[in-house]
Design a binder for this molecule. Sequence first.
Ligand SMILES: [Cu+2]
Length: 347
Amino acid sequence: MNTTQRTRSVAVVAAGAAAILCMPPAGADAATSAPIRNSVAITTTGMNYHVHGGLHPGIASISWTNQDDEIHMMEMALLKPGVTQTQLATAATKGDKALDQLVAEQPGPGWGTPNLLSPGETETVTTHLRAGTYGLLCFVMGKDHMPHAAMGMVATLKVSGPAQSVAPAAAGTISIDDNGIHWPSGFTGKGTYAVRDTGRKDHALSIARLDKSVSLLQFMGSVNNTMQTGSAAHGGSLVGGVDALAAGRTAWVTLDLSAGRYGYLSPSDITGPQLPKQSGEFTLGASPTASPSVSSSSSAHTGPVVVTDGPATTGKSANWLLLAGIGAAAAAVIGGGTSVGRRLRRR
Ligand SMILES: [Cu+2]
C-alpha cells in the first residue's frame, strides 16, 4: 500500500468514527425521527453466508440463521473501498497478509458483532455500523484443518444510505464488567436486551443452551474441539450473543430462549484453562416471569495447563484454544496438537 492510499484509508476511518461519535445518545431523537427499518437477514447453508439485502449506517440489526450442520462464526471487517467479494475470497485462500491488505480497519472490540452460532439457531444482534462494505468471514476450522474462510465462507455486506439512530427498546440490560456478567432482574430470555460493557476492558457474551447433566465447561471443551478440528460439538448449542464489545459500549441482543438450562461466558476473557470470571449458568423455567437462578461456575473448575501457540496469539480463537483440554470430551483431541488457523488480528 502506498502512502496516499494509507492516508485515504485513515481519513475514511476517521470520518466514520466522527460520524458515530456525533450521533445523539440512544433514543434521544426517537420521538422526532421516523425509524428506518434497518435490519438484514443472513442465512448460512453449506458453508456460505447468504446476505439478504443491505443496511443503513448507524444502529443496525443483523439476524443470522445457521442452517448448516456445524458451528460457524461471523467475523466482520470493514473493507477498503472497492474490494469485492471475489477478491476477499481469493485473499482468504492465501492467508492473513493477503486479507489484511483488503481491510480498511482491523476488526477488534467495537460496537459488537454476532457471536459463534450452532446449527439450527438464529441470533439477532443490533450494533453500530459505519458506511462501507464489510467482509464477513468464518475462521472455524474445517475437517481438513483449513479455516472455513479459505474454503469459501466469505461474503460482503453493504452499509449505505441515510443513517439510522433509533435504538431498540430494551427489556433490560445485561452488563458485563471486569468481574462478571450481570443479568437484569426479571430476565425471561425473551425479547431485546441491551448488552453493555461497563468494565474497563473489552468483553463479549456467548450463551449456550446445555443438555442435561452437561456443564458449561464440558460443552465449551467440545466447542473448542470443533473450532480446531471441524468435528461436531456435543452437549449443547450456542444460541448467540455479542462478540467484540469494547469498554463503555452497548449492543443489543434479541433472544427467544425456551425453558431450560443455559451457560454463558465472555470468551474474550478466557486467559487460562478454566472458565473466566465472566461466566455462569442459569435455568429458565416454563414460567415466563421466572427470574434466572444465576450461579457463577468459574472458580470451581480448573483443568490441566494447555500448551497454546504462545503469548503471541491474540483474538478469539486463541481464547477458545485456552479452553482446550478442560472439557473431558475434548482432552484426547487436544493432545493431537492441532492448531486453530490464524485469524485477522483483532487489534
Ligand atoms: Cu464456518
